[in-house]
Write a protein that binds this ligand. Structure first.
Ligand code: SF4
Length: 746
């Protein structure tokens, strides 16, 4: 990595779930050109504006290079040893005096986009020992994890639409032309959608907004926000009523069919149509078309998950696919088999449980070991044993991205101590007493451990660092944090934890009678791993012990990190293949179509249908191709152009309220009030208004110069922390009742 030479490197873009290959031209230590890697086995040269901006993120002068400590209300740069000593001196006494639950932790979305997050966050949490763990999952995809846990026994068993082979794609609450796909890793999602139509297939989009994706589709239907569960359950009803249920390939692996038939009986299309805003004839036709499609699939995403019936909607999506014979079948909904998964899994397991412990203030069940982030402020504000007095954030900005954020900001301000691992001093980390900045995206090795489990092809690629890191690696930072929390001292060597983790992983395989490593000498295996950094060593073991791995057998041609390094454009491991029954982890080793909790939710849905429809406007979110939550708003090329933080409103709704295009409106909900410029837009369903999230910059103490000049307003000042999807604890971010009035003087 001689900075004086000109070179071209390829690497996987870590900025979103699509995992595109990038080609970077580097001259004199600077990235001078970024384009799509035409030879990447998955993305084939596709790139979006965010990928092009990766050099600007690396070079952003506001990106922190050295740790900050708050002294007299202001952040000052310090040495790394001083930062860890400060944490040791101030955090440990809080833990000693008030117990492990007195320190909360929040994990942001960037943790699933890097190896340090994948491998080193867990040791931090383990050393901390707290039950007050929160993450961005409960403002995003938690309903999918819960429905997968109930249906398939594992929250990570998420079927994805087999985009490259389907001929009928019904999409709800997803806008991949802006998001590039979510819970469905598919570089060039737009190209893959166009290919469906080019081969004679059909795309149908159901969404309260006529999005860019909807405009590409063959048909688009508006739906009232929050009613997707009714719509999907009504389609299941049609499959039973019209004898269209055909389980296909999974027929021998399903429990609970009759219970589902009985449970969905009250939900005829005719009963739900008016509430959903979709005609009953349309619902019946779509159910028939799905059943009849040779290769068809239903795919639902954030718009149907971040609502009060999020888990039920997610469950109904998968149940529709199952009952229409589309699960585990080419062109339908299929399970990826990622290179990093453990080889040799067979059907069956312990299943999935939530509520193993409950939150202190609102008595909410844990889900996947964490509490809903919507109750974070409660846990900080409410005095008593277990009150969150100190806080650790790792890559995230909950002050902008979680509900009732004004209240959360006030709670953050009152904490006794806060540590953030983050590249920016943003709206959240400005409250931190210590900020530990990891190196840039281009200064670390990269492998997508999470998104390989959601990819529409089985693919594996590793990217080495482009530049040497200026400071310690992110895994070293997290390891030192774990060691401080584990009372090993602020100067403990992070390599100790590396060795412990790698040895522990190998020992697990050696001790497992089903593993090809069973009985081998641990030290012999470790010698084969060699002297790699901790994350790379862990990755190497995972790859070699995975379903495509060499199993540490030199005579095998299987996957290893060394082999990936020799194939910088990635290795294509083939199209998705049927995984049932082995993917199932339920105690019965079968798909469990029903659970008591889901029946309870169907009963609640039935009652809601009987209640009067709420009047007034409903607020939904909005995604833009050049944004990814809040953190790319400090990158000039990504915020250039007109103000995107506007309230979109249907012309009829605007006229009723005497709101004029270009004016400023006041938007209020139960918990907050903000002002935003308005755009009159007939692409909105009447009665629905839309505002993007992740804005609201320019706060005192943050260090985001570009974002401060494009501050926008924080939509989460309107989201209410009280209503939740009860099964997942996910916040309700779509379908928020709001009032909109023209601002005085606008
Ligand atoms: S689509 Fe996602 S992965 Fe691909 S270039 Fe854009 S940000 Fe990067």
């Amino acid at each position: 990595m001689n900075p004086g030479t000109n070179r071209t490197v390829v690497r996987t873009c870590p900025l979103c779930e699509a995992t595109c290959g990038l080609e970077l031209q580097i001259s004199d230590g600077k990235v001078v050109k970024v384009r799509g890697d035409a030879k990447d086995v998955f993305s084939g040269g596709y790139i979006c504006p965010k990928g092009t901006a990766i050099a600007a993120i690396h070079e952003d002068p506001d990106r922190l290079r050295r740790p900050l400590i708050k002294r007299n209300g202001h952040h000052v740069e310090v040495e790394w040893d001083e930062a860890f000593a400060e944490i040791e001196q101030r955090l440990l006494p809080i833990l000693e005096e008030h117990g492990r639950n007195s320190v909360g932790a929040y994990l942001g979305n960037p943790n699933v986009h890097n190896m340090a997050g994948a491998f080193y966050v867990r040791p931090v949490l383990k050393a901390l020992g707290t039950r007050n763990i929160f993450s961005a999952s409960s403002v995003d995809q938690m309903p999918k994890h819960v429905s997968s846990g109930l249906l398939f026994g594992s929250p990570g068993a998420i079927p994805v639409p087999d985009l490259d082979r389907t001929d009928f794609l019904l999409m709800l609450g997803a806008n991949p032309l802006e998001s590039n796909g979510s819970l469905c890793t598919a570089p060039d999602f737009p190209g893959r959608l166009k290919a469906i139509r080019q081969r004679g297939g059909r795309i149908i989009v159901i969404d309260p907004r006529r999005t860019r994706t909807a405009r590409l589709a063959d048909e688009h239907f508006f739906v009232r926000p929050g009613t997707d569960a009714m719509l999907l359950v009504a389609m299941i009803h049609v499959l039973f009523e019209e004898n269209l249920v055909n389980l296909g390939a999974v027929a021998d692996h399903v429990n609970g069919l009759e219970e589902v038939r009985v449970a969905v009986q009250p939900f005829s299309p005719e009963r739900v149509a008016e509430r959903c805003g979709v005609a009953s004839a349309t619902l019946r036709r779509l159910a028939r078309e799905l059943a009849e499609a040779e290769r068809g699939v239903v795919y639902g995403r954030i718009g149907i998950h971040t609502v009060g019936f999020g888990t039920l909607a997610s469950w109904a999506t998968d149940v529709l696919n199952i009952l229409a014979g589309k699960l585990d079948r080419p062109g339908g909904a299929m399970f990826p088999l990622a290179a990093g998964t453990r080889a040799g899994k067979t059907a069956g397991g312990r299943g999935f449980k939530t509520g193993r412990w409950r939150s202190r203030v609102r008595d909410l069940p844990e889900v996947m070991g964490e509490f809903p982030v919507a109750t974070l402020a409660d846990e900080m504000e409410e005095p008593g044993e277990g009150q969150v007095r100190a806080f650790i954030t790792i890559g995230g900005n909950p002050a902008l991205s979680t509900p009732d954020s004004e209240r959360l900001e006030a709670a953050l301000e009152k904490l006794e101590f806060m540590v953030s691992v983050d590249i920016y001093c943003n709206e959240t980390t400005r409250h931190a007493d210590v900020i530990l900045p990891p190196p840039s995206l281009l200064e670390r090795g990269h492998y997508d451990t999470s998104f390989a489990n959601l990819a529409v092809r089985n693919v594996s690629n590793y990217s080495p660092p482009v530049f040497a890191a200026e400071g310690p690696s992110e895994s070293d930072i997290l390891a030192r944090l774990a060691l401080v929390l584990g009372r090993q001292g602020a100067k403990a060597d992070p390599a100790n934890l590396d060795r412990l983790l790698v040895r522990g992983l190998v020992e697990g395989h050696v001790a497992n009678p089903a593993s090809p490593l069973h009985g081998r000498e641990v030290d012999d295996v470790l010698a084969q791993v060699g002297d790699r950094p901790g994350p790379e060593a862990l990755l190497d073991v995972m790859l070699r012990m995975g379903p495509y791995g060499d199993g540490f057998d030199d005579t095998e041609q299987g996957l290893s990190l060394q082999r990936l390094e020799a194939n910088p454009h990635g290795i294509d491991l083939g199209a998705l293949e049927p995984q049932i029954p082995n993917v199932l982890s339920t105690p019965s080793a079968r798909i469990e179509l029903v659970a008591d909790s889901l029946i309870t939710e169907l009963d609640r849905l039935d009652r809601v249908l009987e209640e009067a429809e709420p009047e007034g406007l409903l607020l939904i979110g909005r995604r833009h191709l050049r944004s990814n939550n809040s953190w790319m708003h400090n990158i000039k090329p990504l915020v250039a152009g007109r103000n995107r933080c506007t309230l979109q409103m249907h012309p009829d709704d605007a006229a009723k309220r005497r709101v004029e295009a270009g004016g400023v409106v006041e938007i209020s909900s139960r918990v907050g009030r903000i002002q935003a410029p308005v755009e009159i837009n007939a692409d909105l369903m009447p009665g629905v208004v839309s505002l993007p999230h992740g804005w609201g910059h320019g706060q005192a103490g943050s260090r985001l110069g570009v974002a401060a000049a494009h501050e926008g307003v924080n939509s989460n000042r309107l989201t209410d922390g009280l209503p939740l999807d009860p099964l997942s604890g996910n916040a309700v971010l779509n379908g928020i009742p709001v009032e909109v009035v023209a601002s005085p003087g606008s």
